[in-house]
Design a protein around this ligand. Structure first.
Ligand SMILES: [Zn+2]
Length: 299
């Protein structure tokens, strides 16, 4: 199966640079050879992957057309490079039960997003459909990684300021802290809040408050306060006092939902830029704003 995929991929790469929607759909359908998936489900799955993927591609192409993003490039020729790279990204489904892995990419396959059908789709009676926005969210995140890798091969810095509060103490903390993950998560934050590439801390705070007020963001059992000396600070108080560092903070933010869907990308980002003092968790959006401005990447 892998061999077949590789051959198709290589042939396509030789013949055409830009994959059309039906090319992509055919590749995805060919890869889903697993037993237990009916032909009609395969069609729905590949159609959903390609259409959600196209939405993400459109999002990134718009992002890289934004003058604020263009200004961040060292070499302006690289913008068209990135914009013609995005449509060539393809998908490779896999099935892994009881796995926390929704999707992943590898630097050695710089145009492929691997997607775990077990986690991303759900079957209700005879109807198979994506699980909420998880398919879209996963593709957007993984596509962020591929774009990051591409930026690096073009010698464009993808992120330059990403310092958080805490030093990681274990593998989980490292995952929260990782610059590569931060880059992908920032893409999610921008997309979901509709942030400009140069939005600063108070811009982000205003967006968050707007989302909280309109109930698009749900953060149950938490009291939210501002800091009138610093407009980029939000403070949270919860009934059960939180302790510890990054992964505890990640857990603290894990009850946060946007449009009724959990957002691990956003909760990990918030954890990285938060600290705990007494009964409050303080989220420093000024730091997050700096990261936003630096990704993709001021020098
Ligand atoms: Zn990631």
């Amino acid at each position: 199966m892998g061999f077949l995929f590789l051959r198709i991929f290589i042939n396509m790469k030789k013949k055409i640079i830009k994959l059309t929607e039906s090319d992509l759909r055919n590749i995805v359908t060919k890869i889903i050879n697993e037993q237990g998936i009916s032909d009609s489900d395969k069609k729905i799955i590949s159609g959903q992957i390609v259409s959600n993927g196209n939405k993400c591609k459109e999002y990134y192409i718009n992002h890289f057309s934004n003058p604020e993003t263009i200004d961040k490039f060292n070499n302006k020729n690289n913008i068209s490079n990135i914009k013609s790279f995005i449509p060539t990204i393809g998908y490779k489904p896999f099935l892994e039960k009881n796995s926390g892995k929704n999707g992943y990419v590898k630097q050695t396959f710089p145009k492929t997003i691997n997607l775990n059908l077990n986690n991303l789709f759900t079957k209700n009676g005879n109807t198979i459909s994506p699980k909420g926005t998880l398919l879209y969210d996963t593709i957007l995140h993984e596509m962020g990684h591929l774009i990051d890798f591409k930026l690096q091969t073009l010698r464009e810095k993808s992120i330059s300021s990403s310092t958080g509060y805490h030093s990681p103490t274990d593998g989980q903390d490292n995952y929260v802290q990782s610059d590569v993950e931060t880059f992908a998560r920032i893409q999610r934050l921008r997309e979901i809040l509709g942030l400009n590439p140069n939005a600063n801390g108070s811009d982000i705070r205003d967006k968050l408050i707007e989302f909280i007020k309109s109930k698009k963001i749900q953060f149950p059992n938490i009291k939210i306060m501002g800091d009138n000396r610093n407009s980029g600070i939000l403070m949270f108080a919860e009934r059960n006092k939180t302790k510890g560092v990054l992964t505890d903070l990640w857990r603290f933010y894990s009850s946060l939902k946007i449009n009724n869907t959990s957002v691990p990308d956003i909760s990990a980002l918030f954890a990285k830029y938060s600290k705990i003092n007494n009964e409050f968790v303080t989220l420093d959006l000024n730091l997050l704003g700096k990261v936003n401005v630096s990704a993709k990447g001021n020098i």
